[in-house]
Design a protein around this ligand. Sequence first.
Ligand code: ZN
Length: 437
Amino acid sequence: MLNPDINKTELNKAGNGMYELISELYPFCRSITGNGVRQTLDTLQKHIPLQINEVPAGTKAFDWEVPREWNIKDAFIKNSKGEKIIDFRKSNLHVLNYSIPVNKKVNLEELKKHVFTLPDRPDWVPYRTSYYQENWGFCMSHNQLNGLPEDTYEVFIDSDLTGGSLTYGEFFIKGDIKDEVLLSTHICHPSLCNDNLSGIALLTFLSKILNKQSLKYSYRFLFIPGTIGSIVWLSKNEDTAKRIKHGLVATLLGDDSDFTYKKSRTGNAEIDLAAEHYLKSTAIPHKTVDFFPYGYDERQYCSPGFNLPVGCLTRKQHGEFPEYHTSADNMDFVKPGRLAESLAVYLEILNILEHNATYINLNPKCEPQLGRRGLYEKIGGTNETQTMQLAALWILNMSDGKNSLLDIAIKSGIEFRIIKKSADALIECNLLKRYEI
Ligand code: ZN
């Protein structure tokens, strides 16, 4: 059974490990297809035995089609003196992601039509894409654009849009039962740390931990390009999707802000109850929001034709922090300690799913005499004793075959962990047993 107890030293080590992995992946120029994605997945293979899948361009996936693969070797803007004023090699954010190749001379007015900036944050460089509409362009700071004189500029993008394929990574851990927990993250953003390298790093380390434990559920980790990746995966795995009983989309997990849990489409799936209960009962600062049909890949998992119980656990949500999709989402914006905290929260929520079950009180007529049954010796001597006793009363009263341990935890407001420990003690005292339908 999953043991979420990870001591402080191990957790700090994992935090540093995730941060190091982010710094290793940071320079790669990722997109929804191409070699940056392959480099990323190859790097993850040093940590986990990830299966890498290639889906040819042109493959149909419901209403979509896998686009042509995009790769880029170099890009720059030079002024008339031959000085590079923008250099892709310094930051891959400088190129409009999925730009078509270009090699020509333009005046300032023409150049401006192809430059993206952030007037509100004049020192930062935005991240922009043009996946499904052919265009070329550059991104730079607003201050730099304002300082450009009239001149003839050489614009050069050495990119390539050919057949190729879409690449994604999948890692499956077999548990005792076939029912699955899905953990999914997008891998298509270039040099941006919180969105999405924090999700990639967290799921890599989470899967390393789970892979060493014996588990009830089977776990499926997906490292996929945003939107098109989940659509392609779902179109190829409709039968597998039926086995997904719980799921989380992971990203935005390394910054200083509080947690946000976005519920699945139904809003009352077990994952929704588990996530909300854990954050609430442990007084972790957070907010819970109802499902809405934009954001990350939960949109596809929760589309009505699938309606999977998949929520999204982040810190601040996309678009809610100024650094989002800009050059300021860099190595300074994410912290090893925050990544470690996020990892611990994921482990605790999965722990609830692993251990949640329904029990039946074997002495339902009036309260049993707990002292005579030896319960107090079993739960005594810790600072949790009082809460454990209270938990025992809740469990005995509500275990009529209709309420799971999670239902009881929610109703009582007592942390699931304590409810579970108390239930174990009641089982030892022959007061409780697993409810079999
Ligand atoms: Zn994003």
